[in-house]
Ligand binder design. Structure first.
Ligand code: CTP
Ligand code: MG
Length: 335
């Protein structure tokens, strides 16, 4: 199914490209910042391998998936193969080690949904969360990074959408709105569907990369350097894509029946996933299938109140993109 366009795009849309591109450029992290992140990772590796020589650290999340804006925290996964390891014990010990090396604000959050150690490095000024054996996150980080290499418009769109979501207060999973990860999947899905398409469906192609983690097979085409021209028949630039993205989520998405699925490159039905009714706290009011953990709906945090907030925000953004004289300012006004 194609995305229907409810309205004609405004006639002066082209003139919005330059200001959107300059917002995008202002959000790109500097080389200096990237170097500081590496420096902190190296320090952490040194401390961790002293205690656990067999352990490995991986960067995941926005610092490694190409969707990190300037001044983000870093997410680190501590990977260790040991069947009878107790995560809380490891986290507490890790917190001890980090604390005695002058890292600041060290906290072990052993009861969180994803237990982590938090810290701040006074040398680089960077904050960091360390989780244990969250290897699926490392894999989905690689998938997002590979998609980002195919067409720069994905990174441009995702930066603008994330910046909008943060400015408007709809990037807070604890308040029932969506994670950054969910927004990036929404952008990938969108570019898999626009006409002509801008992104392929990597999981639907020949498998050049395959690993199994936590009994989940993560397999897809990862030779993305061969796909650099994939989207070239579509000449739309950032302002049109931002316009169409918000228009889709405001007026064209079928919230009652549809699930967006980057894995299949299609819209699939809630019925096929048995996501039609509320089960415990999962209401499935907006459905975004995780590309690897397919039973996981990233929209599950959304409740009957926050779905209204989200849909109002999509409509607001669509209206601004359609009519406002200065969307690059109005879109990001604090709520
Ligand atoms: N993640 C996941 N499942 C979720 C949420 C997050 O697997 N339901 C993993 C993904 O690998 C994601 C990472 O955790 O990339 C971090 O997610 P998130 O906090 O949404 O944000 P970032 O991508 O790090 O973006 P930012 O910190 O810039 O907001
Ligand atoms: Mg993060």
């Amino acid at each position: 199914r194609n995305f229907k366009r409810q309205f004609e795009c405004r006639s002066d849309i082209e003139r919005l490209n330059a200001p959107f591109l300059s917002i995008y450029e202002s959000l790109i992290p500097t080389e200096e910042e990237k170097a500081k992140q590496k420096q902190l990772l190296t320090l952490l590796e040194k401390l961790v391998t002293k205690e656990w020589p067999e352990a490995q650290l991986y960067l995941y999340g926005s610092c490694a998936n190409s969707f990190g804006v300037s001044k983000s925290d870093i997410d680190v996964c501590f990977a260790i193969e040991n069947a009878d390891l107790n995560k809380s014990d490891v986290l507490l010990k890790l917190a001890d080690i980090l604390q005695s090396d002058n890292l600041q604000n060290v906290q072990a959050l052993t009861r969180a949904r994803v237990p982590i150690v938090k810290l701040m490095d006074p040398v680089t000024g960077i904050s960091c969360d360390i989780c244990i054996n969250n290897l699926l996150a490392v894999e989905n980080t690689k998938l997002l990074r590979d998609y980002a290499q195919i067409d720069v418009r994905l990174q441009q769109l995702a930066f603008i959408v994330k910046h909008w979501a943060k400015s408007r207060g709809v990037n807070e999973t604890y308040q029932g709105t969506l994670s950054s990860y969910a927004y990036v999947l929404m952008c990938i899905h969108f570019l898999q569907h626009c006409k002509p398409v801008i992104l392929p469906c990597l999981q639907g192609m020949e498998r050049t990369y395959a690993v199994t983690v936590d009994n989940v097979e993560c397999a897809y085409f990862d030779q993305v350097e061969k796909l650099r021209d994939f989207g070239c028949r579509n000449r739309e630039s950032i302002a049109q894509l931002v316009w169409a993205f918000f228009n889709y989520w405001a007026y064209c998405h079928d919230y009652t029946n549809d699930v967006i699925s980057v894995r299949t490159g299609r819209i699939i039905s809630k019925r096929s996933k048995d996501w039609t009714r509320r089960i415990r706290n999962d209401r499935h009011l907006i459905c975004i299938e995780d590309p690897f953990e397919t039973s996981h709906d990233l929209g599950r945090v959304v409740d009957k109140y926050s779905i209204k907030v989200l849909r109002e925000e999509f409509k607001r953004a669509a209206e601004i993109m359609q009519y406002d004289s200065d969307p690059c300012v109005t879109l990001f006004e604090p709520y």
